[in-house]
Design a protein around this ligand. Sequence first.
Ligand code: E4P
Length: 221
Amino acid sequence: MKIFLDTANLESIRMYNDMGLLDGITTNPTLLSKEGGDPHKTMKEIVSIINGDVSLEVVATEYDVMLEEGRRLHKYGDNVVVKYPMTADGLKACKALTAEGIPVNVTLVFSPNQAILAAKAGAKYLSPFIGRLDDIGEDGLHLIREIKQILSNYNFGTQILVASVRHPVHVVEAAKIGADVVTLPPSVLGKMLKHPLTDIGLKNFLADWKKLKTENPNIRI
Ligand code: E4P
């Protein structure tokens, strides 16, 4: 399973990229607005840091303008994936841009029917938002299971990009289902790193080494 970071925060992107954990990035207008500043500068910077797919989202809602925005965003780098919302115009733009050789991520997917249509339109990725479904009392992971089964039945070539991930259990369950990608807020990736027994274990190892060092002041590893 690939891991993308769901953020426009350059510091987090650099930190996790330096650990070798990132296969790509997803952004959206909300994440860019959180960071402030010039969004174009931020998007270009992300594209240059990451050696993998970077999803950049359009803000137009009409086909012609969506297409223009998609082409403009793709000029930031060959690794740009254009993010279109799951609308009729979005699917038409997905088909057209894909035919031009520019990959598309269809975002805001909330049902198996929408997933089928995004795959039919040739999307490279489709992004079901599982946390937002959980928020309204539905089961986001159940949607991932359904989409996985549907895509496995055919030869669409579209990857499931699990989005709106809220906690580490979402990640483990998505991996068990066999989702292709999860996109994680930096806070969730940070939580995946941690285990209290790791902290306690390390503290004890260091304390024991310190004891040994008092007996042999010159030892070092
Ligand atoms: C990913 O592409 C989406 O932009 C993101 O995961 C949405 O997450 P949210 O529901 O936490 O805003």
